[in-house]
Design a binder for this molecule. Sequence first.
Ligand code: NAD
Length: 417
Amino acid sequence: MPRENLNPFKIAQNYFEQAAERLELDDGTRQILSTPKRSLTVSIPVRMDDGTYRVFTGHRVVHNMARGPAKGGIRFHPDVSLDEVKALASWMTWKCACLDLPFGGGKGGIVVDPHKLSERERENLTRRYTSEILPLIGPDQDIPAPDVYTDPQIMAWIMDTYSMTKGATTLGVVTGKPLALGGSKGRDKATARGVQFALREACRDRKMKLEGARIAIQGYGNAGSHLATFLHEEGAKIVAASDSGGGVHHTKGLDPAQLMAHKKAGKSLKTFQPGKAITNRQLLELPVDVLVPAALENQITSANAGRVKAKVIAEAANGPTTPMADDILFRRGRTVIPDILANAGGVTVSYFEWVQDFYSFFWEEEEVDLRLELYMRRAYRAVADAAAKHQSSLRSGAYVVAVGRVAEATKVRGIFP
Ligand code: NAD
């Protein structure tokens, strides 16, 4: 078997190329759509609590703006690289197009382990990073949001730094903000809600019941923990969950609220009782009905895809499955709900937040959830129809829908000058 390329940007390009081939796009359009529009790498000097200075590296990439301002999260993680940010930015372009949102794609990140910083150091880091990427961001240019290890507080600092510099309170410069500062009700749970809505559709297509289904969730952060709660409420059984330290497996089912309390007490899920401690690798191969990767990229590869037992894999994380693994799963009759569809609930409610900020008129959570369900179901059907037409996986279907929409927008806009 050929060696697998795990470079996230190469993987993103690979998925794009497959769709471009199906859509018979010409070479010029392929080049335009696959090349990031803007990439900025910045040095971020920070005065630490002990009086010393440290310089961190950050990136912000705008992949495409053909259909509207760029949109995409900011990640704080030691493994952040420019290639990863480029890949995530391109996924945002396809995700926004897949959901038919009037946005392009962007992403940002800082190479840092934020858990090793104090709150004041995190604030200084965030504010200086914001000031360094200021030429790119803005409510009608490029709108950041939370991603791995960033949260509403960090979004509030970004909004404040931008507003102070511009001299005007600008709510719409960033989404995923606290409710006290122009955030949207339902935004914190939106990614998980979206996965839940997509899962319902996929289960209906497979004539499979979510009620009683055995679920394994890798990653117990914003996406994973809320999803566990929603699926538990729906009657599914969470039989395994994990975090960066490892996980727990309990065939009788785990209580999501107790798992959360365990994490809030600062403990890893691998020490949760009752249950058996498992590694993150083992979790992926458990005998379950639904597997939810909700942590990081490249978790399901050609090395373990043959051993994945779940019938449905819902990608709450971005890029958890490599192209070779995706092929293996498709040939084995597994349904993979691809990231650009499955986890698009977050950006969809970010879009609702941005709209509410412009109107300065805010919706109730029921209204947010109702509209989100409509967007997710509509997107799922478009993707499933495209997959059926091309006799392909849902991922290929999603890329055909998304790339087709961006290609059309690019064509009717024309290339300046
Ligand atoms: P988070 O920071 O809230 O949580 C991340 C979780 O993953 C934590 O529980 C952490 O312990 C765990 N983790 C880290 N490394 C791990 C590893 N190697 N193995 C297993 N678990 C590990 O992040 P999040 O916002 O929940 O994001 C998770 C994924 O979902 C990312 O891929 C992100 O891009 C994607 N996503 C998030 C959103 C959102 O709105 N939060 C939207 C779309 C996609």
